[in-house]
Design a protein around this ligand. Sequence first.
Ligand code: SF4
Length: 383
Amino acid sequence: MSINVMLDEFKEIAANPKKQLEHYKGQGKKAIGVLPYYAPEELVYAAGMVPFGMWGSNKKTISRAKEYCATFYCTIAQLALEMLLDGTMDGLDGIITPTICDTLRPMSQNFRVSMGEKMPVIFLAHPQNRFDENGLAFTVAQYTNVRKKLGKIAGAEITDEAIKNAIKVYNRSRAARREFVKLANDHCDVVTPTKRSAVLKAAWFMSKDEYTEKLEALNAELAKLPVCDWQGTKVVTSGIICDNPKLLAAFEENNIAIAADDVAHESRAFRTDASETEADPMMALAKQFADLDYDVLLYDPQSAKNRRGEFVANMVRESGAQGLVLFMQQFCDPEEMEYPYLKKALDDMGIPHIKLGIDQQMRDFGQAYTAIQAFADVLEMNK
Ligand code: SF4
């Protein structure tokens, strides 16, 4: 199969989550909606069900969710609820609602109230102090509750062996995605920003074994190509999500490729593996959460050192990019509070950046397009 055909398949899947859901339901499988961030999807897989990432949608307008949401909630959270209320995600057998930010905490209750008897809503609280014995025990306790509730939906208890197998499947999938983002940088003439985004987005709507098989096949074909002699410029992207094809098309029109990313919906979700040798697989998942780093949503005891800002700035240098584009999700406090630190690290290293205010209801791209166009000239000077 040619690379373009493979890329088109990912694009089709990324653009049609409802169709994917129907596909799995047609196979008699159960599916669980998984809201951001850091839910242990491995448990869903271990229960024999398909996890379905719920990061809102670029296609929807918010109407029914308004009944439940404050106007200052980000559109990711509001649109995730809208998709449940308007029937888009009707095939789901339950949802997991992590509560890691100030929007998701109250939203978890909005989901519970709005779903009523329609579907089980599984609450998940991650600890702030996730490293020490107590933090790990808290995470294990929370994950154990999720495990029990998923087992109830699946109709069978989830065994340790099934979780160990799921960890292997997920580690392999994370490795394939890490490999893909490197190959996408080497072959940015073939893997354009919209195509890169679609490949990574499709992972949220596919069973991970199936996705990984497809992605490994794509990686193998990309690896055969000579590294491209890219004449345009490159950036690192940062933010919560940047999956809007229209916005990404503006990069392509200005010959800007994506060298690497620090995006929650993309690389932040697959940077860290879980141990395959830990005797207790629940502890392996808790330690994986503890091992997550350089993330605006997670407590960093050494935050005064601006480790995260420097990590992202170094990513720009090491990936061969000339600058950074920050997709600032409207009404996202964690990203907004982190921005001054990221800016300082970038400024200290002389790395140019722009901050684009976005949300998932964006319809007018004129201002963003102009900013990207002007930034392309700045990047050209930094080559
Ligand atoms: S975009 Fe920001 S405010 Fe919205 S759910 Fe994510 S972290 Fe929370």
